[in-house]
Design a protein around this ligand. Structure first.
Ligand code: FES
Length: 151
């Protein structure tokens, strides 16, 4: 059914629209544990306490990411490639709204700032500063995110 939605919309407009991709996610039942942000899978990840959280690498979608909290601090986790995981502050550096992901970038829904999923750098303003990055360790199929700034 989801393939049908994509095909019919693509024929009308010559490409897959964001609405079609979201419709496909809902039709596919992905919305129960994960939300599709555009064509990107964005999931809720287990939160942690005492400065860190450890999650299975396989729980983070390749090309997508997820959100979690460590000690009630919002964190966004991205996985731009199979063996590449990053963690950034979950709050936009413009005015502090919670960020998520869209098709290509970390996105702030308040004023549409966008940030790079590998570096946290600003891709599109009005934000002027990169998202602060947190330390990540990948070992034995698990990812540990530490609430410690990188650099
Ligand atoms: S709070 Fe994020 S763009 Fe304004």
């Amino acid at each position: 059914m989801s393939a049908e939605i994509l095909r019919s919309t693509g024929a009308e407009h010559g490409s897959i629209t964001r609405r079609a991709a979201i419709g496909a996610c809902v039709a596919g039942g992905v919305l129960t544990l994960a939300a599709c942000a555009g064509g990107v899978e964005f999931v809720e990840l287990p939160s942690g306490e005492n400065g860190s959280t450890t999650i299975p690498l396989d729980d983070i979608p390749v090309g997508g990411g997820g959100s979690l909290q460590i000690d009630k601090v919002a964190v966004i986790v991205t996985r731009p490639a199979e063996n590449e995981v990053h963690a950034f502050s979950g709050h936009c550096t413009h005015q502090g709204c919670l960020v998520r992901m869209n098709d290509e970038n970390i996105h702030c829904p308040c004023h549409n700032s966008e940030f790079d999923t590998s570096t946290g750098d600003v891709v599109t303003g009005p934000a002027l500063e990169a998202l602060p990055e947190y330390r990540v360790e990948i070992s034995g199929g698990e990812v540990t995110v530490h609430l410690e700034p990188v650099g």
